[in-house]
Design a protein around this ligand. Structure first.
Ligand code: SAM
Length: 99
């Protein structure tokens, strides 16, 4: 597991493992159902690979922790999307000027 992944669940899998699985077995447009979310690694991987998702977690404690983790990750990704959009706009302007 990458060091930057904070451990919140005793059987937490790496996000990269779920990304690998999704890249091989999920098709574009698939909606992924995880009935035992645990740490939310699977849901973060869904977002990273552009899959919609639905998740369930029975344990209130882990639900709260994983929801916080997911919200944090999604907020960070939205910021990167925003910065990416801004960067592309700048880049496109330069590109048009070059023509
Ligand atoms: C093995 S852990 C999942 C770990 C997860 N794959 C990960 O990478 O973090 C199983 C989780 O399922 C939850 N769980 C158990 N029974 C459940 C049920 N009937 N519905 C929803 N969640 C359940 C447990 O609380 C536990 O957090």
């Amino acid at each position: 597991m990458k060091n930057k992944e904070i451990r919140i669940h005793p059987t937490q899998k790496p996000v990269a493992l779920y990304e690998w699985i999704l890249s091989r077995y999920a098709k574009d447009g698939d909606i992924i159902l995880d009935t035992h979310v645990g740490s939310a690694s699977s849901l973060i991987a869904c977002r990273n690979t552009n899959h919609k998702f639905v998740g369930f977690e029975l344990d209130e404690y882990y639900y709260k922790l994983s929801k916080e983790r997911l919200d944090r990750e999604l907020a960070q990704m939205n910021l990167f999307d925003f910065m990416g959009g801004w960067w592309n706009e700048q880049n496109n302007s330069e590109h048009y000027e070059d023509k």
